[in-house]
Write a protein that binds this ligand. Structure first.
Ligand code: SF4
Length: 354
């Protein structure tokens, strides 16, 4: 087994403070917050993703996404454990069915790297949440019996944690359900574990065209040679249509320059920037949140001045499960949605025109 083997990378993840300190000099703040933060939401990083950290820069964008900081220990009043109310809309274990035409299916609760801003930190990384075979069958039965479902989104954790044969089985079962129009996979492995994209995985994925994969690149420095090769393989050998969603993150990608570089590099790599998400109000996320006013200003700068295909849609998933609203620099979509968006924000923060 070698560095380029995804199973080696997973088996050799750094998960504890001692091993992390053997690899990187932590700041005092990072040392202090590590134990408490990781007791609630596990710590894990692949050797590959760790190698991308600029060790001399405490503000390195990859470091900030990966290593707990004191802000994570602060739970603000507007923050909740399940901001998108995914548990409330769960008819069978592992399936969230909120919008009539699509369902989200959590087929794994493991990730290679646990992002400190994760919306699902309440359950991701917890082994008891990993769905078993019986639960898969119940979920499949649910999809078969609900003809209004046109799209199934494989999510997690990271769905690509599953073996090729397991993915093949699940994709095949979904593919046989006539009312399902298409399948989408959300994965951060092109970012944190690009060696997971192998010829054998692509052989499986290529059978299920049109298959959409949404990657989660947040910063241009994540688009390494390895990541770009993985994307190329997904597109050319896996026949996969690749889109990207980013989270707008304080001190990580919250400038016009950061997002321009990220989005141009995505386009250059064959990936369409799809969504830019306002960070969800999950517990301990305060250190990552960028004010909506600032996000709107960045989008205003980007739109109209940069290539249209490089511009994602800026959205907020409403806390409480109200769904996504578009955050548009020129207007917000309706008075009601405006009120919902602003519920947890200072109304003086930004001007609204309809
Ligand atoms: S990859 Fe996604 S599910 Fe996994 S920790 Fe990061 S944000 Fe959470």
């Amino acid at each position: 087994m070698t560095w380029n083997d995804w199973k080696w990378q997973l088996q050799n993840r750094i998960v504890d403070l001692e091993t992390l300190q053997d690899n990187i000099a932590l700041t005092e703040e990072e040392k202090v917050s590590f134990q408490e933060a990781s007791a609630f939401f596990s710590f894990s990083v692949t050797p590959y993703y760790l190698s991308l950290i600029d060790r001399n820069n405490p503000n390195c964008p990859i470091r900030k996404q990966t290593i707990p900081r004191p802000e994570e220990l602060v739970w603000n009043p507007n923050e909740v454990e399940d901001p998108l109310a995914e548990q409330k809309f769960m008819p069978v274990k592992g399936v969230t069915h909120r919008y009539p035409d699509r369902a989200l299916w959590y087929i794994s609760h493991t990730c290679a790297v646990y992002c400190r801003f994760c919306t699902r930190k309440r359950k991701v990384s917890k082994p008891e949440e990993t769905p078993n075979r019986e639960e898969w069958e119940k979920a499949l039965e649910y999809f078969r019996s609900h003809s209004e479902i046109r799209e199934v989104i494989l999510s997690g954790g990271d769905p690509l944690t599953l073996a090729d044969s397991q993915l093949d089985y699940l994709l095949d079962q979904l593919n046989q359900i006539k009312h399902i129009n298409h399948i989408r996979i959300h994965s951060r492995y092109p970012v944190t574990l690009p060696m997971r994209i192998t010829p054998s995985l692509c052989e499986v994925l290529s059978k299920y065209f049109p298959l959409y994969l949404v990657s989660h690149f947040n910063h241009s420095s994540e688009l390494t040679k390895e990541a770009c090769s993985a994307i190329k393989m997904l597109i050319q050998k896996g026949n996969v249509i690749v889109l990207n969603q980013s989270v707008l993150l304080n001190g990580i990608n919250d400038t016009v320059k950061d997002l321009e570089e990220l989005n141009y590099k995505l386009i250059r790599s064959g990936v369409k920037p799809y969504y830019l998400h306002q960070c969800d109000e999950v517990v301990g996320s305060g250190g990552f949140v960028v004010p909506i006013t600032k996000g709107l200003e960045i989008m205003f700068e980007l739109r109209g001045r940069r290539s249209g295909i490089s511009i994602p849609t800026y959205v907020k998933d409403l806390t409480g499960g109200g769904g996504k609203v578009t955050l548009n620099p020129n207007y917000l979509v309706s008075a009601n949605e405006t009120k919902l968006v602003m519920k947890n924000y200072n109304e003086d923060e930004f001007e609204i025109s309809h």
